[in-house]
Design a protein around this ligand. Structure first.
Ligand SMILES: Nc1ncnc2c1ncn2[C@@H]1O[C@H](COP(=O)(O)OP(=O)(O)OP(=O)(O)O)[C@@H](O)[C@H]1O
Length: 570
């Protein structure tokens, strides 16, 4: 009986340690960072805390915290060093880091070489493990609902768009590497002081594979994933303990089935079933929000204060100063030997609707990308209302209230229509977490609904998966998302590409009306000449990266050079 209890106790404790390592992996994967340095952090936490308690008689809690913080510092450094590495290269680099760490501890005297360290005081009690896991799970749950968690989801889906909404991807990456290090480092310390000995092989590749299996089985992106994964991976095989020799086969089969039939893991599968059941309720709620936006705002804001959501805005960037909405000065952008833009200079006045035209490949999208920070110009400067714009930093451009849409539709496919729009307010929102636990989307739902109404997206579509919505509606949602950032300048890169003529007219009429009402300057790339004539105050023309005309639509569209370059002789 005692042996039986002892083996289950050991199994449970191991499952908790593995679960902690699962959460260390989850915080990176949720943000789309495919890095696996957890075993190295685990190793650093285990050895450092052990050396502190065994060799220096440091207090157990201090040693565990020091191990965790050292692993976090190591994580932040690694995140910074690997800031421009992604995908498979990032995975390989971090696996290599884990192996190098193991080889180092195997060859040092202070770590006991290949035989490791024995006789570690078994100071880690069951309640230490359970409490640590509970704290990590609660922290991950809070994070998932918060502005930060929403930013992680956005980064995973489309880093470029996320950055254009004000999400500082590079900084977040370093923070998440550090958080991952902290969790795994503490897990390492607890492991060493629970088991009583450690050897270098405790930190070898098979352990990492077990952690990854746990995360894949549980679900990659839900905060319950590692917990569910630990329960499934560590307890299910025990139910078939009599079939000991088939255990590994069963585990492999379970992994294969989950990857094939539930790529988002068990928790993802449960979530989608629940979402399916709730589908009707959500649609009904959308309709309720649609009617509620005509009622006094106090009824919906979390605090009851109608201005509360809008009070969360960042102030400095909001103050509109004199000067043009955008001043482009001698901007050149080279791709190797090709000059996509050559010394382009022009202004956009406050409240002006500026059309940007030119033949295919003339540099229109490059110009918008340079202004938004997606591309860094080779030379030249940009100013908005007299302030220099940071070059090649889209998150800073978003802070300056310059919104944009993209040539191809780029909506976040894991978010509903209203959530996509609510994310547009990211650059205006300062809070670390949601208001009163309500979460980011709850704060911005009302305003997102208003903007969706403004761009005439039917309420029945607000809570739908964006990929199932008609093309024209997706375009409107992109415009709504840009409007949520309260832009001073809105840049639209072919916003009506592929749309019928009447819908094109409708979109431009709408943008023009909203821009006038909200005093927004607009820079729009469009190929439809009658539309440009109707809605633009001014038109600039690019040809082979050079500005060849700038003036009123009537004058520019009759200009001989423009006619020859863009409209054709006839
Ligand atoms: N990332 C890149 N790397 C190399 N060349 C590029 C890159 N982006 C654009 N170019 C080149 O720069 C030139 C301008 O491209 P750009 O997309 O800005 O033109 P455009 O006027 O927007 O064209 P279209 O109307 O077809 O969208 C083209 O010759 C294009 O091939």
């Amino acid at each position: 009986m005692l042996t039986w209890l002892g083996s289950y106790h050991y199994l449970g404790s191991t499952a908790i340690i593995m679960c902690l390592l699962g959460y260390s992996t989850y915080v990176l994967l949720r943000a789309g960072i495919f890095a696996v340095p957890q075993i190295a952090y685990f190793c650093i936490g285990a050895y450092l805390s052990t050396i502190l308690t065994v060799d220096h008689e440091v207090n157990f809690y201090v040693a565990i915290a020091t191990g965790g913080l050292a692993a976090a510092a190591c994580g932040a450094t690694l995140g910074w060093l690997l800031r421009s590495v992604s995908g498979i290269y990032l995975a390989i680099a971090t696996i290599a880091f884990g192996e190098v760490t193991r080889v180092i501890v195997r060859n040092l005297d202070v770590t006991g070489g290949p035989s490791g360290i024995l006789g570690i005081p078994r100071a880690a009690q069951d309640w230490h493990l359970v409490l640590t896991l509970a704290v990590v799970i609660i922290a991950c749950a809070v994070l998932a609902k918060s502005r930060y968690g929403v930013a992680m989801d956005a980064l995973r889906q489309d880093q470029l768009v996320a950055e254009h909404l004000g999400i500082a991807a590079r900084l977040m990456r370093i923070q998440l590497f550090a958080l991952s290090g902290l969790i795994a480092g503490i897990a390492g310390g607890l492991f060493a002081h629970f088991r009583g000995f450690i050897i270098p092989n405790d930190f070898a590749l098979p352990v990492l594979l077990s952690v990854l299996a746990l995360v894949v089985v549980g679900g990659l992106y839900g905060f319950t994933g590692p917990l569910v994964g630990a329960v499934v991976v560590h307890t299910l095989p025990e139910l078939f303990a009599d079939l000991e020799e088939y255990r590994e086969i069963m585990l492999g089969a379970m992994l294969a089935i989950i990857i094939l039939f539930a790529p988002r893991g068990v928790s993802g599968l449960v979530e989608s079933l629940v979402a399916e059941v709730r589908g009707r309720q959500r649609r009904a709620r959308s309709a309720a929000v649609a009617s509620a936006i005509h009622e006094p705002a106090a009824a919906e804001t979390p605090s009851g204060d109608p201005r509360r959501a809008r009070d969360d805005v960042r102030v400095p960037s909001q103050q509109v100063e004199p000067g043009p909405a955008l001043a482009v000065r001698d901007v050149t952008k080279r791709f190797g030997g090709l000059a996509a833009l050559s010394n382009v200079s022009f202004d956009i006045r406050k409240g002006e609707f500026l059309g940007l035209i030119g033949p295919n490949g003339s540099g229109k999208s490059t110009l918008i990308n340079v202004v938004s920070g997606a591309l860094e110009p080779t030379s030249g400067t940009l100013e908005a209302h007299g302030r220099r714009l940071s070059l090649g930093r889209p998150e800073k451009t978003a802070d300056e209230r310059i919104g944009r849409t993209f040539q191809g539709i780029r909506l976040f496919t894991d978010f509903t229509a209203i959530e996509n729009v609510a994310l547009g307010a990211y650059c205006r929102h300062q809070r670390w977490t949601g208001s009163g636990g309500a979460g980011y989307f709850a704060i911005w739902r009302r305003e997102a609904a208003e903007v969706l109404e403004l761009v005439r997206v039917p309420a029945s579509m607000w809570s739908r998966d964006v990929t199932t919505l008609p093309y024209g509606i997706q375009r409107r949602i992109e415009i709504a998302r840009a409007l949520m950032g309260h832009p001073h300048l809105l840049m639209l890169d072919e916003p009506t590409a592929g749309m019928a003529e009447d819908e094109t007219q409708e979109i431009f009429a709408l943008v023009s009306e909203v821009a006038r009402e909200r005093d927004i300057s607009v820079l729009a790339v469009e190929h439809d000449v009658p539309v440009m004539r109707t809605y633009c105050d001014r038109v600039v023309v690019l040809n082979f990266g050079q500005l060849i005309a700038d003036g009123s639509p009537e004058v520019v569209l009759r200009d001989r050079t423009v006619v020859e370059a863009y409209l054709g002789q006839s």
